[in-house]
Design a protein around this ligand. Sequence first.
Ligand SMILES: Nc1ncnc2c1ncn2[C@@H]1O[C@H](COP(=O)(O)OP(=O)(O)O)[C@@H](O)[C@H]1O
Ligand SMILES: [Mg+2]
Length: 327
Amino acid sequence: MVNILPIASGKGGVGKSAIAVNLAILLAQKGKKVVLMDFDLGGANLHTLLGLKNNHTGLGNFIYKQETSFAPLLQETGVPNLQFIAGDCLFPGTPNMSFFIKRKMVKEIEALDADYAILDLGGGTTYNTLDFYLLTYNSILVTSPELTSILNAYSFLKSAAYRFLIRQFKAKSPERSMIDNYINNSTAGAESSFVALVDEICRQYPSSGEKARQELQKYRPQVILNMGKSTQDLEMARRLRSLVWNKLNIAMDFVGFTPKDNAIEMAVATRRPIAVSNPQNPFVVHLNSAADRILLHTYQFNEKLEDSEFFGNNENQDIEELLRNSF
Ligand SMILES: Nc1ncnc2c1ncn2[C@@H]1O[C@H](COP(=O)(O)OP(=O)(O)O)[C@@H](O)[C@H]1O
Ligand SMILES: [Mg+2]
């Protein structure tokens, strides 16, 4: 079975692609079969970070129906266990993806011969991004400690929560129109309350409402705080966590704090991923711990292994402890 790991962020430039490439390499080095995919359609650049040429068929060829499966899109990367599917760099412009194409893409992802499919998503909250982001309960969200980035991460999760809720109900159902009305009637400035909306759905439609609420409780994003500079970042992480819990009733797991490091820019310039060229680099070392936590969460989620068989029982690390170990 393929574990899908979508990676998103509220805004661009926080290091999503750097995390995606290096996380893919680290998981591959741990013996997992990984396929990394560039879903930043319209801004595909992952091939550059991997040092690959922009001349291979990619997702664009699938979207524009020149290919009917993902098999011809797969490229070797030079890293054992890691294959790559490029974006749409041969097709400039953001593609319009029909519902059918999206559904076919999901089927192709699920059919990949891999342990992990990592999706580097574009920034922002288009339906395409949100739908791919919501392919799993434990998607990854990357943010930097800057206030704007934290607020954008919150907005992203809020949009994802609404999208998640809507998708629990059938098209044209009364529950859906209730959500639509709620969103359309909430005026700018007066923030709509997601929690109040869920309560109201449960009051009016107890059985479908409670089912949706239970699904929502399984939704548990894994957050990586990238470009960390100091222990003060702790405060920003705390703020994000309490904002998301108070306003959306969604719990999140901080799985990693990766430091700001100029070597990342250098790695881009030399087109050699830092996880390959410098495994001792602090960014790589901390991302490697994040990779271990992500593996553990996958196992917990699939209930294939008891925690203790895998890592010992030290996983309920709090933000404080994670950060203390990071700087
Ligand atoms: N931890 C880090 N330290 C220093 N620079 C970083 C770090 N992570 C990413 N960068 C740099 O920040 C820029 C944006 O990163 P990128 O991965 O392209 O972001 P995104 O995919 O979110 O738009 C790139 O120049 C990248 O090299
Ligand atoms: Mg990117």
